[in-house]
Design a protein around this ligand. Structure first.
Ligand SMILES: *Cc1c(COP(=O)(O)O)cnc(C)c1O
Length: 369
């Protein structure tokens, strides 16, 4: 692609196809594949990503909130969509737009059944989440009897799947705990099936679960970060391709004398004759203030230029004293060569956070296959 002339997030659909095919190759052909497209498809563009994955025959989508599912339906996405964290205030909209709820507590299950009955639904697909160790959302094993009796008492809903979520699937030091979660989930499924009298789908694995626990793929797997090109390990990162590239441009260059300062609160003090470049991207675009004071960097003509001083709302200044560059030159924040995971590491965060922080102000450009 040509040089960026403003701040853009480029979305590479070819890389998405590659990642999808790679992850699919890790699961059995009959195992269903759910693509997690919450948070604007990890900061990229959920409609573009979902429509491309539909062409690749993905089986399911997941979003966190009802609003995100509605946006996909508005964009013409017809594949089933699981809403991982719906609020009961949105249950009517959820049903209107054919979204499928995760029901994780007695309270939300009761609320949903009431609303589904009120709307004369028959066998509306619901997904029941069990807490096997994360202590975030989910029923306990001891709730099974009460869940199944409530569901058997109504014709409005049917349990499409039961699922849980691994606490540390990427961490080899936590293998024993992951295995314990798999065991707990198997036990829950056995009792659940006995009590409900049919066999809902089962799913447990996120991206690192897919890669590290092939014995736990069950009926379906749920991948997010892997589809966007990150495998939570150096080894797996090599097999995947980053989908999003964040690029910008040099707006202005300043020659700075020793003792002059750069940016708000005079946070950077020049140590000699230096050059700074101003880039049109700031904390309102997702470059968190944590990246200031040299923690973060951008790439200009193949060289690392550290962010100096404080990150402003709309701009950063970087040190280009040792880089041959001029106004109008392209700036790379991350791309396939300089991955977001490296930048994340230098600021002590994770690729998930860098990607999802890119705000809606940044223009998205889709690079077709
Ligand atoms: C976000 C999420 C995922 C996706 O996890 P990745 O590590 O990005 O693959 C899967 N399942 C649940 C319940 C999630 O919240």
């Amino acid at each position: 692609m040509s040089n960026a002339l403003e701040t853009i997030l480029e979305i590479d659909l070819g890389a998405l196809t590659h990642n999808f095919n790679y992850l699919k190759s890790k699961v059995q052909p009959q195992t269903k594949f759910l693509a997690v497209v919450k948070a604007f498809a990890y900061g990229s563009d959920s409609a573009e990503i979902a429509k491309h994955l539909e062409k690749l025959d993905v089986d399911y989508f997941a979003v966190a909130y009802v609003k995100e599912g509605v946006a996909l339906r508005d964009a013409g996405v017809t594949t089933p969509i699981l809403v991982l964290h719906p609020q009961s205030v949105n249950f009517k909209t959820l049903i209107d737009r054919c979204l499928e709820p995760n029901l994780y507590s007695a309270h939300v299950l009761d609320e949903f059944i009431k609303i589904a009955e009120g709307l004369s639904q028959k066998g509306y697909p619901i997904h029941i989440k069990f807490n096997t160790g994360l202590n975030r959302l989910g029923f306990k094993e001891s709730d099974i009897e009460s869940i199944t009796s409530k569901v058997k008492n109504t014709t409005a809903v049917q349990v499409k799947s039961i699922f849980s979520h691994l606490v540390a699937s990427e961490d080899s030091n936590e293998k024993d705990f992951s295995k314990l979660q798999i065991e707990r989930f198997n036990a829950i499924a056995k009792t659940f099936e006995e009590k409900i009298g049919y066999q809902p789908w089962m799913h447990l694995c996120n991206t690192s679960g897919i890669l590290n626990y092939p014995e736990a793929h069950f009926s379906m797997v749920r991948s997010g970060i892997g589809l966007y090109g990150f495998g939570n390990s150096t080894k797996e990162d090599k097999n995947l391709k980053p989908v999003a590239s964040l690029k910008s441009v040099i707006s202005q260059i300043h020659e700075i004398e020793k003792g002059e300062t750069v940016g708000y609160n005079r946070a950077y003090v020049s140590e000699g004759s230096e050059r700074s470049a101003t880039i049109p991207i700031g904390h309102a675009d997702g470059i968190n203030r944590i990246y200031g004071h040299g923690k973060g960097y951008v790439i200009i003509n193949g060289e690392r230029a550290p962010i100096i001083g404080n990150v402003c709302m709309d701009m950063i200044m970087v040190n280009v004293s040792n880089i041959a560059c001029k106004e109008g030159d392209e700036v790379v924040v991350f791309d396939a060569t300089y991955p977001a995971s490296d930048l994340a590491e230098s600021a002590q965060t994770i690729s998930y956070e860098i990607l999802t922080a890119i705000s809606q102000r940044v223009k998205r450009i889709v690079k077709p296959e």
